[in-house]
Design a protein around this ligand. Structure first.
Ligand code: AMP
Length: 451
């Protein structure tokens, strides 16, 4: 199957060729033709399968003709998190570069004034998180009656985050003649109900989960005592050809403490979690993508669905509580044809979680002996332990960081080590909140295509 066989315009084929894609991924091959035929679709697929292009590409061609009117977006893409919304906006810019379509991004934490101005001018494509969209709708700043195309992306994630009532409300405001596309990695009953209620005779397209089908991820489990996790991690990072790694922890405080400790110990480590404001998250992500840092300590909410290319290793420092999160986490490696390694640390208390992951993915994850990991190459800092973060004294940190510089480990970058984060930790919470955005807005967030 070639892109040229899918019915896309020459302008899009050129953009796709410029993106370096040789052939459509399975979800693209299955979804693009029915979307172009204006059918509703349910796409069972998750990030990493090329699903974004499977709706963005045909949308661009559908919207190519016609004009937008003030406050009446012609299409709407709903995303559960700001990062995913920003990522879809980037995709729109990439694929829509030969078209003259306007786009606006409505996400929490960004000045509402600029978003309202963009809406006033009229937008062809509105990419939004449900909270901000409802907020502006209730203030009378958006009219949904001109919206003929709706994408509900990551529907199961929306469910996890409690957005389903908002989505139901949004769906009921759109014209009933609209075309609707719903994407979800799984189909729990509430999502099935949502699709029964709001989609019209949808065509289902399904691609297998990357984690189950993707043989390019070498998965393993290592049994380890909680206190020995950090030494084991360092052994892996020092000896196992780690180029770039994402280290997942279950709690935001763990992400913070581990990152802080790793910096002290000379790693080029950064962090991303739900207590950071949006600009810090995007800045940290950019440092990771650019190679300034090669290790990213992450929580699930902040990292879910992010398209970070070329991650050689994913380490589950904590086994995830939800088996779905395992699939998402390990999907950060082995993306788009590259091979990757996913290692999960398992303590004595984690058997139940291993069982549910194996049940979900349908595979038995091989167990590696912890002794197969060579010891770390140098002594890690003895000043503190991530298991006992309260021992860290902020004042000493600067000196420790300097010591860390001297024993810095090789990384992709010759840049200076990361500075300690300035964000103010909030009380522990697992879920993502709509926290503030105080920093500068990256260019693409304000994006207008070819305007
Ligand atoms: P997604 O599942 O939409 O997050 O896409 C995952 C990654 O695959 C992104 O980096 C895309 O740029 C890339 N991608 C999308 N379609 C293709 C394709 N047909 N060939 C190669 N890479 C692709």
């Amino acid at each position: 199957m070639k892109f040229a066989d899918l019915g896309l315009s020459d302008e899009l084929l050129k953009a796709v060729a410029d993106a370096g894609y040789d052939e459509p991924t399975p979800i693209q091959a299955q979804a693009i033709p029915p979307v172009l035929m204006m059918k509703d679709i349910i796409g069972i697929a998750q990030t990493g399968t090329g699903k974004t292009a499977s709706f963005v590409l045909p949308m661009i061609d559908i919207l190519a003709h016609g004009r937008s009117r003030a406050r009446m977006p012609r299409s709407l893409i709903l995303e559960p998190t700001r990062e995913l919304a920003a990522q879809v906006a980037e995709n729109f810019e990439k694929y829509g570069k030969n078209h003259n379509l306007s786009m606006a991004l409505l996400i929490g934490g960004v000045s509402m004034g600029d978003q309202v101005k963009a809406l006033e001018k009229g937008v062809d494509v509105l990419i939004a998180t449900p909270g901000r969209l409802m907020d502006l709708f209730e203030r009378g700043r958006i009219l949904m009656s001109g919206c003929e195309l709706l994408v509900i992306d990551e529907a199961d994630r929306m469910l996890d985050m409690g957005f389903i009532p908002d989505i139901e409300q949004i769906c009921s405001k759109l014209p009933s003649t609209r075309q609707t596309m719903l994407f979800s990695a799984t189909m729990p009953p509430p999502i099935k109900k949502l699709s029964d209620q709001f989609l019209n005779n949808p065509k289902s397209v399904e691609v297998s989960r990357p984690a189950t089908a993707n043989t390019s991820i070498d998965q393993s489990i290592i049994n380890v005592a909680p206190k020995a996790k950090r030494k084991l991690l360092y052994g892996i990072l020092d000896n196992e050809g780690v180029d770039t790694a994402i280290i997942f922890c279950n709690r935001k405080t763990e992400v913070r403490d581990l990152c802080q400790q790793m910096r002290k110990d000379g790693f080029d480590a950064g962090q991303i979690h739900g207590d950071m404001d949006q600009s810090s998250r995007l800045a940290e992500l950019e440092r990771f993508k650019s190679g300034e840092i090669n290790i990213l300590c992450a929580s699930d909410v902040a990292a879910r669905g992010l398209d970070i290319k070329g991650v050689s290793h994913v380490v589950n420092y904590d086994i995830p509580w939800h088996p779905d999160d395992y699939v998402h986490r390990i999907g950060r490696t082995g993306r788009a044809g590259a091979t990757g390694i996913a290692i999960t640390f398992v303590t004595k208390r984690d058997d139940e979680h291993v069982d549910s992951i194996e049940k979900l993915t349908g595979i038995k994850i091989p167990v590696r002996d912890s002794k197969s990991v060579k010891p770390e190459k140098r002594q890690s800092s003895k000043t503190s332990s991530p298991d006992k973060p309260k021992g860290d004294k902020p004042k000493k940190q600067h000196a420790d960081d300097k010591a860390g510089e001297a024993k810095k480990r090789p990384s992709k970058s010759s840049e200076k080590s990361a500075k300690p984060s300035k964000e103010q930790p909030k009380p522990e919470a697992i879920d993502e909140e709509e926290d503030g955005w105080n920093g500068p807005v990256p260019g693409f967030l304000d994006a207008k295509l070819n305007r």
